[in-house]
Design a protein around this ligand. Sequence first.
Ligand SMILES: [Zn+2]
Length: 362
Amino acid sequence: LLWICKQCGFRESVRKYYWRCPKCGAPLDVEYEGSWNPRGKGLARYASSLPVSPTKTLGEGLTPIVKMKINKIKIWFKLEYLNPTGSFKDRGASLSLYFAKKLGYKTAVEDTSGNTGIAVTAYANLYDLKSIIYMPKQAPKGKKNLVKILGGEVIEAPSRAEASKMVLEKIKEPGVFYVAHIWSPLFIEGNKTIAYEAFEQGFKHGVLAVPIGSGGLLLGVYRGYKDLFNWGLVKEIPFILGIQGCSVQPVYTAIYGKPLECGESTLADGIMVSNPPRVKEVVDVIKRYGNIVLVNNDEIIKALKILYKHGLIVEPTSAAVLAGILKALDYGIIDPGDNVLALLTGSGLKTHDILDKFLNSR
Ligand SMILES: [Zn+2]
């Protein structure tokens, strides 16, 4: 197992932890020989194709797929919000916190707008680590409360950017593990298991609709299908439909050369990452295998109402995915005859506080 940096060529056997390249500061990846040998349940089912294999579980992974017809298009919804703490982040947190424990760390710290903080705290508990979560003041109250109830320490920052600065001060102390989900290759590795599962659940080609925050989810499912392709299990990589919000659109802007004015997307708090460190790789994948659309609050609310009516209780960020699919259909980017897999990433049970004012005002 090796740390590798695609930017400067740094390579080192994995004996200690780096949250980014110690030479040049770019995001790191891990290199190892993976193979296809699914056995057992949860993430452990794919131990042969993961860099580390956690010894404990909260029941993460193996999320169901439900198939529905919405506006004449057949969509397979993968219910990632049914993971133990209500989001797909449990997959990466499972690998990352296991790794922290293995290396002897006592405290895990993270900066996040919400879901990751809940996942990190739950898995820190599982491995007897203390967790300190730096969250922006405007993060949903339901998410902050969950971190606290789980036993994590919440430190409020004036903004998302300020939270990142504060965490960088904290990790100067010894024994502090910076989870750094936006940077960490372990989160991308964890997200690969979504692709492996979807393949085993029957999704072998079509359109894969995925929200883009840091891009770790998109890169994870892309690399998962690339593995399946390399192992000869699928004939092609699915068409990847990336979805960002109008308010924060770094990937869209990088692809099309300038930002698009299309309103506000404050409801999609989970994908507001203004400067994702892996933006170049995300752009490359979308240019080669897919496309990207932007959605705003009105479209998100409309999609959220459709999803709730169908019994899919997701957070607004996840509704952005359906909004994006309907928009891509309008634009002719995808076809009504396409098989679409949509990743519903986070649970709506955590976000009633933000839904209140929007649903009641319309
Ligand atoms: Zn480097």
